[in-house]
Structure formats: structure tokens, C-alpha cells
Design a protein around this ligand. Structure first.
Ligand code: ADP
Length: 626
């Protein structure tokens, strides 16, 4: 009997014109209805007119409607939102084509996923709905995680507790060179053997078991055998119940970073060594050294000699304007302005200052002289980075030099007076000897006179040098017609130097204004040297010319020993003599060219030399015309 009184069968609420469950499904068995009612799946039956014939308790829960409000009602009227949904489409498909349909659908009102199974029969539809929300979520989660694992840039390696590899993402393939299919199921210790760089294997195991995670650096092998520096982050994976499933390692290749770190460390060490060496050199140097920053001029380094030379700790200096804290004077007595100090000039203008002499006031208020050199240090682009100044206290040398100058000056003065007397007496004696007809004595006295003249000239030169030093030579300003002047001087000189023929060629056709006596001194000196330093030659040339700018040019050319290149720039210095042994055999004090160059300079002219050893020398004097 299909008419049951049991409240579970739902037949009691059925409207009288509805077909019975038995009519739709052919179910007669009361026991079956009991089973349907107790099922965890939702189950309902619709007749051909979409009316609810039967629904179990689960459907009540899913739809949130009481059985009484649904039985006999048309499904699409109760749930108008379902029209045009997947339910509508699939139910119709089953009904019209009389085929069973299974589909998966999300049912928004209950916020759950269901697998719906629709079984048609001529009387209507039987519908099963299984809640698959959990599986669905897990599935989505898994998909999601898989995607993350693949897209993550760290190598993700999942193993069980025996290190058997369970998962291996794309980044792991790249990092280690192994494809996932090559390594899954294999032991990680065999595939990517590693050496712990931080901690050790036992600490790793201890950390994993106690804290569930470990982070550190490992050196691991790539498939090709090369080693990679890996930053590994390993944690334990547990299931919902807290059972340990395995480990997941997120590994990152830090080889490049490591290499850079090592390189930096090496460079730093090198830098420290170089700096220490530089410090040592700086501290050992007898000179004071200061390094200042460009463009501020702030002092950044100084050695201990700085304080010794200044006899005071260096005052704080943050900028070039602070350089006024140092007191120094130019040769003319003017005080150095801040930006005039060599260091400031190097920093500001890139000037290289060589051996500038500065009178300075020390911490104890005494004055001294320092010799200062400075230079800028530039980067590859040529920008000035720092300025370096190096200086020495030359006060003592200066004083000694001054004493020497004074001595030369006094000595030459003192020598001159008796020599004048000796000379006058010799001349008197000579005249007497001639008068008394004592030719041998007269000859000796003539020779003596020659030597006295030589001495007189030497003393005169010494005096000149002293005067030049003291800036005490006065120059006349008289018009001199150069060509005639040169011929006159040569004529006289030829008489006292018969060993060489002096040949004058060319002409300057210039008239200058100057001191005839002093210029004669220049020319005689050059001729003297030309003869003196070419003992095996017979000729000296004088070539006269002028240039576009109306300079008179006098060249004195000899065919003697010549002058080595390294000596050429220095022979015009006071007391300088070429160092070759040959030169030493020829008498001289190294004053002639010094005096000559001073005289030429005072005439606003230039003197220089061209020479080749063994071929002779040419000295040129260039004088501006009046
Ligand atoms: P002195 O001749 O008295 O040594 P100078 O000042 O006249 O001094 O010359 C300086 C140095 O220059 C000489 O010692 C010599 O070595 C070199 N010198 C000058 N003139 C010549 C020359 N014509 N040929 C070779 N060397 C020369």
C-alpha cells in the first residue's frame, strides 16, 4: 500500500491530484522510502509538470524550505531564480530526452557545491544532490597551491621524512638542472647532495625536530656537477591532525650574491692593505702631507710631520675659507689669502704647484720657510676628487744658503781690495823691469798679470752672483745696434783666443735698448765656453738673424763635446756644472751661464741651448728690439 502514514515518507502532505511516488518512480517499498529519508544526499522527485512529489529531509536543509511549502508546488515557481541556471538546462535535458544527467553545480543560497544526478522516468524526475563542497574546496586549493608552487621563483622541493622527493617545481628544475620526472620518488640526498655552510647536519635535524623549521646556507650540486650557493628555508609539513607528512624546502640560488660578497670582501681587504701601506708611507715620510676633499677643501688626512712642521695641531678646517687659519707670506711680504694656498689652487683650479717657498708663522710664533708642492687627484672623468699637498721645513737650509751667500759676498769684497793693490804693484814692477832692461822679469810679471786678471774676473763674477741674489745689479739703458756690437766684441775676443777662428755670418738689423757692458759679458761668456769646451775644434760660428717679431737672435755654435740632455735644463742654474768627467777637467765655477741668463732676462730676452753630445752646442740669445 503506497499510502503511508509515516511522517518520514512525506506522502501525507501531498495534494490529492498529485501522482504518488510509486506512480513516478515505481517505488512501492516502504523500507526504501525510509532509506531515502535517512540518506546524506538530498533526494527529491518532480512529476512531469515540475511539481514536487517527494523530497527528503536533506532537501529541506539545502533549500531552507519546509516540506509542506514545497510539495505540490511547481519547482520553477518556487525558485524563479533557477530559471536559466544550469539546473534549468540540465533538468530540461533529462526530462525531454529522457536520459540521465549528472552535473556539478554551485548552489549560492546554501553556499555549497553539489554533484546533481538526475534520473528521468516517464512519470517525472528523481534528483540526487551530493554535497561535494569540501572536495571541491580542497581541489581548488590544490590547484591554487600547485599554481603558486609553479610560479614561485624559489625552488620548492617537497620530501617525506625520509627525504624522498614528492614535489619539484619549475624553479627547482632550473636551479638544479633536474626535471621533475627525473627526481620524483628519488632521495633528495642523492639528487642534490649538499654541504651545510651554516650550522651542520645535526643542528639542522635538531632544529627541524624541535622548531619545525631551519634556515641557512648550503652548498649544493647542480646536475652538471657544479656547486651552487643555496639559501634554504626548510619547514615541516603536517596534516590537519598534526601528523608529520614531510618537509618543504624553499631554496634560492645566492651564488651570484655570494660571489659579489666574496669579491667585495677581497676588495675591502685589498683596500685596507693599501690604505695601511699608504698610512705607513705617509707616517714615515720626512715631509708633511695633507689630503683635502674637493671642492670643499676639508682636511681628511694628515701625517704627524704636519704638526711638527707647524709646531701646533692643525686647526679644524672644513672649507677653503678656513685656510686663513694658516699664516703664510709671499716673497714680497704679502700674506697668503685662503684661496692662494697651493692646496686650494690644486683643488679649485687643478693647478700643480711645484716647490713653492712660503714663509710661515708657526704655532710658537717663530717664522720659518717651507717648500710646498701640491697636486689634484682626479677620477676617470677628470673631476677633481682630492688635493694632496706635501711640504718640508727648509728654514735651516735657507739660513745656511743665506750665510753662504753672505760669505761669498763678503769674501769677494775682501779679496778685491788686496787684489787691486797686487795688480797695481805688478804693473808698477813690470814698468820698472822694462825701464831697467830686465826682459825676463818683465815676462814673468806679464804672466803674473794674466793670472791676476783671471782672478779679478772670477771675483767679479762672484760679486755679480751675490748682487743678482740680492737684486742689486743696475742696468743701463742705451741704444745698441746689435750687428756692429757683435762684430766689435768678436774682434776683441779673437785677440785673446787665437786657438779658434770665430766666424760671424748673417745679420739681425735690429737695434735694442740695454746695457752694453752687461751684454758684452754675456757674449764673451758664451764665446769663452765655446772655446773652452771644444779644445779639439778650430772654429766657432756666430750666426745673426731676426724673427717676425723683430727679435735679434745671436747664435753661438761650437763643435765641441756637447751637453747631455739631462744637463741642458740645469746649466743656467747657479754653480751648476755638467756632471760628466770630461767637463770636470776644465776649470770653471758654474757661474757664467747663470749670470748670462740673468742679464738676458733683465733685457726681456731669452737664452737657451741645443746640443748633442759629441757634436757640439748652440747657445741662442734672443733680445727684443727697442
Ligand atoms: P763654467 O763654465 O764656469 O763651469 P758656466 O755657467 O759657464 O760655468 O757653464 C755651466 C756648465 O755648462 C759648464 O760647467 C759646462 O758643463 C756646461 N757648458 C757650458 N757651455 C758649454 C759648451 N759650449 N759646451 C759644453 N758644455 C758647456
Amino acid at each position: 500500500m503506497e499510502m503511508s502514514q509515516s511522517p518520514q515518507d512525506g506522502q501525507d502532505e501531498r495534494a490529492p491530484d498529485l501522482p504518488t511516488l510509486a506512480e513516478v518512480l515505481g517505488i512501492r517499498d516502504q523500507q526504501l522510502i525510509t532509506i531515502l529519508e535517512g540518506m546524506s544526499d538530498g533526494f527529491c522527485v518532480l512529476d512531469r509538470g515540475w511539481r514536487y512529489i517527494y523530497l527528503n529531509q536533506r532537501i529541506e536543509e539545502i533549500t531552507g524550505r519546509k516540506r509542506a511549502t514545497l510539495i505540490g508546488k511547481i519547482h520553477w515557481e518556487v525558485f524563479p531564480d533557477a530559471i536559466n541556471s544550469i539546473f534549468y538546462k540540465k533538468f530540461h535535458e533529462a526530462m525531454e530526452q529522457q536520459v540521465p544527467v549528472t552535473f556539478e553545480a554551485f548552489y549560492a543560497p546554501s553556499d555549497k557545491w553539489y554533484v546533481i544526478q538526475v534520473s528521468p522516468s516517464p512519470g517525472g524526475l528523481a534528483i540526487f544532490a551530493r554535497n561535494v563542497t569540501d572536495q571541491k574546496r580542497a581541489e581548488v586549493q590544490m590547484l591554487y597551491q600547485a599554481q603558486i608552487a609553479q610560479s614561485i621563483s624559489d625552488a620548492l622541493v617537497v620530501t617525506d621524512m625520509q627525504y624522498v622527493i614528492r614535489s619539484w617545481n619549475r624553479a627547482a628544475e632550473e636551479l638544479y638542472g633536474w626535471k621533475a620526472e627525473e627526481v620524483l620518488g628519488k632521495n633528495a640526498a642523492d639528487i642534490v647532495p649538499g654541504v651545510y655552510q651554516t650550522d651542520s647536519r645535526s643542528i639542522f635535524q635538531h632544529e627541524i625536530t624541535t622548531r619545525g623549521m631551519w634556515k641557512g646556507e648550503v652548498l649544493q650540486s647542480h646536475k652538471d656537477g657544479t656547486a651552487r650557493y643555496i639559501l634554504a628555508s626548510v619547514s615541516i609539513v603536517k596534516d590537519q591532525d598534526g601528523n608529520v607528512l614531510g618537509m618543504v624546502a624553499a631554496n634560492r640560488d645566492i651564488s651570484e650574491r655570494k660571489r659579489r660578497e666574496e669579491e667585495n670582501k677581497r676588495l675591502l681587504q685589498q683596500l685596507q692593505i693599501e690604505r695601511a701601506q699608504l698610512e705607513a708611507v705617509l707616517q714615515q715620510m720626512p715631509s708633511g702631507v695633507i689630503i683635502a676633499e674637493a671642492l670643499s677643501g676639508k682636511l681628511i688626512l694628515e701625517n704627524k710631520q704636519v704638526e711638527e712642521i707647524w709646531r701646533q695641531p692643525m686647526p679644524e678646517v672644513a672649507s677653503i675659507s678656513d685656510y686663513t687659519k694658516y699664516q703664510g707670506f709671499h716673497p714680497d711680504g704679502r700674506a697668503y689669502k685662503a684661496e692662494e694656498w697651493p692646496l686650494a689652487r690644486s683643488i679649485l683650479y687643478g693647478e700643480i704647484v711645484h716647490a713653492e717657498e712660503i714663509v710661515y708663522v708657526r704655532g710658537d710664533k717663530t717664522r720659518g720657510t717651507m717648500q710646498v708642492s701640491s697636486a689634484p687627484i682626479r677620477d676617470e672623468q677628470g673631476n677633481i676628487l682630492i688635493g694632496v699637498v706635501i711640504f718640508t721645513d727648509i728654514t735651516k737650509q735657507k739660513e745656511a744658503e743665506q750665510r753662504k751667500d753672505e760669505f761669498i759676498s763678503t769674501a769677494s769684497h775682501e779679496l778685491r781690495t788686496p787684489l787691486t793693490t797686487v795688480k797695481a804693484t805688478t804693473q808698477l814692477l813690470k814698468r820698472t823691469a822694462i825701464k831697467r832692461n830686465l826682459p825676463e822679469i818683465a815676462l814673468s810679471l806679464t804672466k803674473m798679470e794674466g793670472q791676476i786678471n783671471l782672478l779679478t774676473r772670477l771675483i767679479a763674477e762672484l760679486l755679480d752672483v751675490s748682487k743678482i741674489q740680492a737684486g742689486q745689479i743696475d742696468y743701463l739703458e742705451e741704444p745698441i745696434e746689435i750687428d756692429g756690437f757683435v762684430h766689435e766684441v768678436v774682434e776683441t775676443f779673437q785677440l785673446i783666443a787665437p786657438s779658434h777662428r770665430i766666424i760671424v755670418s748673417g745679420s739681425t738689423q735690429q737695434q735694442i735698448s740695454g746695457d752694453r757692458g752687461r751684454l758684452e759679458q754675456v757674449l764673451v761668456n758664451l764665446l769663452n765656453n765655446a772655446v773652452k769646451y771644444s779644445p779639439h775644434a778650430q772654429q766657432v760660428d756666430i750666426i745673426l738673424s731676426s724673427d717676425d717679431e723683430e727679435h735679434a737672435i745671436i747664435r753661438v755654435r761650437d763643435y765641441g763635446n756637447g751637453i747631455a740632455r739631462e744637463d741642458q735644463s740645469r746649466i743656467f742654474e747657479r754653480f751648476y756644472r755638467a756632471s760628466n768627467p770630461y767637463s770636470k777637467t776644465i776649470a770653471g765655477l758654474g757661474m757664467g751661464l747663470y749670470i748670462a741668463s740673468e742679464i738676458v732676462k733683465r733685457h726681456a730676452g731669452q737664452i737657451n741651448v741645443e746640443s748633442k753630445v759629441g757634436e757640439g752646442s748652440t747657445f741662442s740669445v734672443m733680445l727684443p728690439s727697442a
